[in-house]
Design a protein around this ligand. Sequence first.
Ligand SMILES: Cc1ncc(COP(=O)(O)O)c(C=O)c1O
Length: 483
Amino acid sequence: MGQLKEEDENPMSDELLLSADEIRDAAKRLGETLAAYQSSLTERPVFPTLDRNFIRRILDEPLPENGKPWTELFDEFHNEIVPNSTQIAHPRYLAYVLASPHGLSPFADALVAALNQGCSLWELSPVANAVELKVLSWFRELFGMPQEGTGYLTSGGSMANLTALAAARDWALGGRARAEGLQGDRPPLVLYTSEEVHTSVNKAACLLGLGSNCVRSIPTDDAFRIRVDLLKSAIEQDRQAGLLPFCIVGSAGTVTTGAIDPIATLAELCKQEDLWLHIDGAYGAFAVLTERLAPAMREAGLAHSLALDPHKLLFNSLEAGCVLFRNSDSARNTFGFASSYLAKSEDPDLVNFSEYGPELSRNFKALKVWWALRAFGRAAYADTIDRLLDLSQYMAAKIEPEPVLELAAPVTLTAVCFRVHALDDAQQDRLLRRFVDSGVGHLGPARIADRTWLRACMTNLRTRKQDIDQVLETIVCLAEDFD
Ligand SMILES: Cc1ncc(COP(=O)(O)O)c(C=O)c1O
C-alpha cells in the first residue's frame, strides 16, 4: 500500500466523501463483516425467520433530513441485514441457479465502485475496456468462436438473450430494420425454441415486438431436448403458410433439468434454412471447462450468438452476464447509434461497447470475472464444476433407491428434480414451503411432464455430500409426517 498517497494537506470537505482514515476504517469493517459472515454462515437458517419489526422500520422510515454516523450502518448490516437475508452462500442453499460468489467478488465490486468507469466509451474506461475485451476473447476461445466476433457483458442471462435476439431480428429484417422496425410490409417473423426454454426468451420475443404467437415452443424428447423432427415440420409448415422463420433458440442447459439441445444439428439446420442460431448457455455453457461436458458445450460456439452467465457457473456475484456474437457487424447494425453529445473516437485496440448492446451506463463488471479467472485459474474452475457435477450425480443416486422419493429426469448438469411419491402437486408445493421455512435448506419448484417437482441445483461452492444427505433426510422426514 506504500504507493497510496496520504491526502490530508487538503482535507476533504465534501459531506458525501470519506476521509482517508475513514476509508481505512470502512475497509477494516468491510473485512470484518465479510469474515464474520463467512464463519457464521452454517449456523444461520438458510431462509430467515424475518424480523417484521425491522422490515416495518425500513418501510416506514421517513427520508432523513440529517445523516447519522455511517459506522452504524455497518453494525446494522451485521446485526439486522444479514440475519434477515436469504443465505445464498449457505452450503444448503440449492434453489434456482444462483451461485455462491467466489471470494474475490466483494473486493472487486468495491473497487469497481471506487473507479466508477463508464464502460460504454473506451475513453471513459480505457483499461476496463481492455479487460472486458480480454474476458470476451477468452470466452470466445472456450467455445471456438471466431476471434473477429464481438461480445458484451450484460447484467445477466435475460439481458444477454434480449440483446442477442434484437440483433437476430434486425439481421432478418435486413437493411430496412432501423427505419421500419416491424412496421414494414413483410410476413411475420417466427422464432423456434423448445418447451423447456427459459422464459427470458419468450419475454425477449414479446419485448422485441414479435409477439408470443410467433414463438413456436417445440416439444422435447424423453431427455427434455428439442425434437428436431417436430422443429423441421414446424418450419416447413410456417413457410408454406407464408410466414418468415428467422431464428432457432437452443439451450446449452435448460433451466429446469439442465438438458442440452442437439446444438450441432440445430446449427446445420440453421445453415440449410438460412436462420439465425442463438444458444442460451446462461445456466450450463461454462461446463465447457470440464472434460466430460466440453464436447457438447463447445458446439455452442457454432451459434450466431451465445448467452452466458458468469454469475452462475463462474461464481461471480450478481450481476455478470454475457452475450457473444459471431459477427460484430450484426451487433453494430442494431446497437450502433451516432449522437452529437458522445465523443465516440476510434482506437486501434479498444472499442465503444455502447455499439454492441442496449445500455449506455455500464460498470466495470469485467473486473471480478477477470480477477477470478487469473487468481484461481482454469484448472480450479474445471475442478469446481466437476465436483458439482459429481455432487449432482451423488444426489440422484441417493434419490433413486429411496422408496419415498422419485427422480424426474436424467441428471446432465447440476439440476436434480425429484418429488415425494405419495403426494399430489399441491402437497408437493406445501412440502417445499415447509422445507424452506424449516431453514435447513432451500430448494426451488419445477414443473415437468405436467407435474410439480422439487428442484436442487448445485451451483454452490460450499455444498458437500453431508449437506445433500441432510436436505434429503429432512424432505423424507417432512414427507413421513405430512398432513
Ligand atoms: C437457461 C437460463 N437462461 C436464462 C436465465 C436468465 O438469467 P438471469 O437470471 O441471469 O437473467 C436463466 C436463469 O436461471 C437460465 O437458467
